[in-house]
Write a protein that binds this ligand. Structure first.
Ligand code: FES
Length: 156
């Protein structure tokens, strides 16, 4: 079985062609691979390293730096709670405690039904509307426990 589908590799080749140096395409290539594989297991990192002429460690250290990349499968909804300064001052600890209690999981864990993964992240660029979280690609801000309940209850 091919780890990276043919259509994804075609897209990756197009991305690489935009850069004068192959390694410069690392972040967008990782993004495409993660979108198609679902996460970035060792095999995916090795594939990317080979594709870009990098070492496995070059790729692994880059992946470990960015919270938008994941080395493990995620739930259907990836809840990313910002705990950086503005959100801390805005009350993210209450949001964190509420989510952990409501979902029965901690940061870095997925609910047994595979529906939710909860993660702690650094600033997501919504400081003016703290506290904030991101669910998959959607931002939610000015959070309260009641608002969190409404958001989660409305998910299909
Ligand atoms: S500190 Fe939370 S969004 Fe910036």
């Amino acid at each position: 079985m091919t780890l990276v589908p043919v259509e994804a590799e075609k897209k990756i080749d197009e991305i690489i062609a935009r850069y004068p140096v192959r390694r410069s395409a690392l972040l967008p290539v990782l993004w495409v691979v993660q979108r198609h594989v679902g996460y970035l297991p060792d095999e995916a990192l090795a594939w990317v390293a080979d594709k870009l002429g990098l070492t496995f460690m070059d790729v692994a250290t880059t992946v470990s730096f960015y919270t938008m990349f994941t080395r493990r499968p995620l739930g259907r909804y990836h809840i990313q709670v910002c705990t950086n300064v503005s959100c801390l001052l805005g009350g993210c600890e209450e949001i964190e405690a509420h989510l952990k209690k409501k979902l029965g999981i901690g940061f870095g864990e997925t609910t047994p039904d595979g529906r939710f993964t909860l993660s702690e992240v650094e600033c997501i660029g919504a400081c003016s509307w703290a506290p904030a979280m991101q669910i998959n690609f959607d931002f939610h801000h000015h959070l309260t426990p009641e608002k969190v309940d409404r958001i989660l209850d409305a998910l299909p």
